[in-house]
Design a protein around this ligand. Structure first.
Ligand SMILES: [Zn+2]
Length: 286
């Protein structure tokens, strides 16, 4: 496919810098390469993240974690060809049960109307045809991921409501399709089996977090874009433990773990009697 789809746009709404590369690095690299405008929105700047890589050397001393992550993100977005990035301006809420959950600026406790208004503003400005975010379980249950789902779902249906006024007077915009990132139950079971074989505790419950096969509407083959996806993941040096589970998983099952990205279409899809292989299936003539 050549660079002919300049009028189309994909928006992906994430919670923290680095989420884009692991969960959606393949589609971002693929659609950027195909000439589709790619836009990222983050709820937070990952202020509560820790440096997970003990070998990590900060680019300059005294940098705050969000500044380190901003530098890493800038590199990753360049690798993925992302054209535009926005931040909703909230603070990382930390993992479930941490005191950060109740920080006054925590994304997870943001005022829904205010947060929705910010995202509607960005949607009306960027005019995406397809929007991607997490499902209502937040992919792995992080409060900020769950909030990204709630705000995106609300903003998706509010963006074309003429009664909902933005401060800057941007015109209503109707995005065509909304997708949730899916983690097939079968895939998560496989990863857990592998953890057990290595003598590690399972990292999650596939039956709770996984997406059942019949809810997966769309499977995108991104193997051609694995070099960019891996390079983008590697840009987030502070967030990758070189001896950790995730890195070992990638070393052993690179193609299986990263070569396909799975989605559930939740708004704007026709009744689908087959699995889609493109997010823009209705828009792109093959
Ligand atoms: Zn995250």
């Amino acid at each position: 496919m050549n660079k002919m789809h300049t009028e189309l746009s994909l928006m992906v709404v994430h919670a923290h810098p680095d989420d884009e590369s692991i969960g959606t690095g393949g589609i971002l690299a693929k659609y950027s390469a195909e000439g589709i405008r790619t836009v990222l929105v983050y709820g937070t700047r990952g202020e509560v993240g820790e440096i997970l890589n003990s070998d990590f050397v900060p680019p300059s001393p005294g940098l705050k974690i969000e500044d380190i992550r901003a530098l890493e993100l800038e590199k990753a977005l360049k690798v993925l060809g992302v054209e535009s990035v926005h931040f909703l301006g909230y603070r990382d809420s930390g993992i479930v049960g941490s005191p950060e959950n109740h920080h006054p600026q925590a994304f997870a406790e943001a005022n829904m109307r205010e947060a929705t208004g910010k995202l509607v503003d960005i949607i009306r400005r960027e005019r995406p045809h397809v929007i991607v975010t997490y499902n209502e379980r937040g992919f792995y249950g992080h409060p900020d991921h769950i909030m990204a789902n709630r705000v995106t779902l609300q903003a998706f249906s509010t963006a074309d409501d003429p009664e909902f006024k933005c401060k800057n007077g941007l015109k209503p915009w109707h995005p065509n399709k909304l997708y949730y990132i899916a983690a097939p139950i079968t895939r998560l079971r496989m990863i857990n089996r592998w953890a057990l074989e290595r003598g590690e505790k399972p990292h999650f419950d596939p039956e709770v977090l996984g997406t059942p096969e019949d809810e997966i509407t769309t499977i995108i083959d991104v193997r051609e874009y694995l070099p960019q996806k891996l390079e983008a993941i590697n840009c987030h040096q502070s967030q990758i433990d070189p001896n950790g589970f995730f890195r070992n998983l990638l070393n052993k099952y690179r193609d299986e773990a990263l070569g396909y990205e799975y989605f559930s279409c939740v708004k704007g899809c026709n009744t689908i009697d087959h699995k889609e292989t493109e997010l823009f299936e209705r828009f792109i003539a093959k």
